[in-house]
Ligand binder design. Structure first.
Ligand SMILES: NC(=O)c1ccc[n+]([C@@H]2O[C@H](COP(=O)([O-])OP(=O)(O)OC[C@H]3O[C@@H](n4cnc5c(N)ncnc54)[C@H](O)[C@@H]3O)[C@@H](O)[C@H]2O)c1
Length: 345
């Protein structure tokens, strides 16, 4: 095959979500054989354009179903774990469901990973584990003080991974900033994406507060970071934790960027008061020093990608379709809180 990558067979758990929908095609294009293990909560059409590729295998599986997950990971050398009830409101909609997927299932996943002899396990945590910090540089050494259950369980999973490991295999933890930019399974409930779509559709952006800092990462750099973490030598990543972010900007600055980038001075920015002035920011120097990872794509590039997709008709019903908004999808789905024991065993 002429493959020069370290682990040619990769599984992406939760690979049919926002990040996965950009990452999986990139991995396929780089020559990986990819298994996507996901419940496809946001639709099964994500990879329709890729179906012809024999190197993509999709398995509809609930990560809480150990037998099914273990089977799905058979023969896989590396696993990237992205599956999640992945924001605060969706978690809080049903905290028991949130805990069962975001925490309890983590033990299931580690067992499935170990029993398959997976060589590298990459866990998508979140930069929200730090909570709000006054200090200017929030590095991996900064104590974590998560403010919500979503973030708390991210941190608990990190701790489980550090203490249990994955047998002989290697593991690494990633704490990404908020991702921005177009992807086939698009989320419009993330800061840059929300502001951009409102500017495009309504010609009006509402900014609550505005002075709050947000750490951002272009989807293309998120994808590049996972590809790098898959392919660097063991000693470069094993047992490590990396922030991955690029530009820290205030919400008001992002709104201005959106207006100037779309190039329509008629876009109104309405500043509205809020009680929630929490600021988040991170420092991502360590992954640059340790692995040479340098982000290359800006917030402006992300805005451009959303504009282009919108104008090409790739974002139908942007303000109303539940698939773009995790909370709306979760409200419509009503997932079971506890998975009944696997029917197949
Ligand atoms: N998007 C961001 O800005 C961002 C920032 C930091 C961290 N992260 C983390 O990166 C990961 C991916 O984020 P995303 O934005 O792609 O999220 P997403 O919500 O778009 O995707 C999550 C995927 O997990 C799947 N899933 C949920 N519950 C499942 C279950 N019980 N069994 C199987 N699959 C299940 C969903 O179907 C979905 O495809 C998440 O862990 C998230 O916490 C994301």
């Amino acid at each position: 095959m002429g493959m020069s990558v370290r682990f040619p067979r990769v599984a992406v758990i939760g690979g049919a979500g926002y990040v996965g929908s950009a990452l999986v095609p990139a991995l396929l294009a780089a020559g990986y054989e990819v298994t996507v293990a996901d419940l496809f909560l946001f639709g099964e059409q994500v990879f329709d354009g890729l179906k012809a590729r024999s190197s993509l295998r999709t398995v509809k599986v609930d990560i809480r179903d150990e037998a099914a997950l273990t089977a799905a990971l058979r023969g896989v050398e590396a696993v990237i774990h992205l599956a999640c009830i992945s924001n605060d409101p969706s978690f809080e909609l049903n905290p028991r469901l949130g805990k069962s997927v975001n925490y309890d299932a983590f033990f299931t996943i580690l067992r499935a990973v170990r029993s398959n002899g997976v060589k590298r396990f990459i866990y998508a945590s979140s930069s929200s584990v730090y909570g709000v910090k006054d200090q200017p540089e929030v590095t991996e050494e900064t104590p974590c003080e998560p403010l919500t259950d979503y973030s708390r369980y991210k941190l608990f999973c990190e701790q489980v991974l550090r203490s249990e490991g994955v047998g002989e295999g290697e593991w690494v933890i990633v704490r990404p900033a908020t991702v921005c930019g177009y992807a086939p399974r698009l989320r419009l409930d993330l800061t840059v994406n929300i502001l951009a779509i409102h500017a495009l559709v309504n010609k009006r952006i509402r900014v609550f507060g505005g002075a709050q800092l947000r750490p951002n990462l272009n989807m293309k750099d998120m994808v590049a970071a996972y590809r790098l973490l898959l392919d660097v030598p063991r000693e470069a990543v094993h047992g490590k934790t990396f922030n991955v972010g690029y530009q820290n900007r205030t919400v008001a600055e992002i709104a201005e960027l959106v207006r100037s980038r779309i190039g329509d001075p008629g876009i109104a920015i309405a500043m509205e008061p809020t009680d929630d002035l929490r600021s988040y920011h991170i420092n991502s120097d360590w992954i640059r020093r340790a692995l040479g990872f340098v982000p290359r794509w800006t917030i402006e590039d992300a805005i451009d990608s959303l504009c282009a997709a919108y104008r090409e008709g790739k974002i139908p019903e942007p303000l109303t379709h539940p698939r773009y908004y995790n909370i709306k999808t979760m409200q419509a789905l009503k997932l079971e809180e506890q998975l009944v024991a696997s029917s197949r065993s």
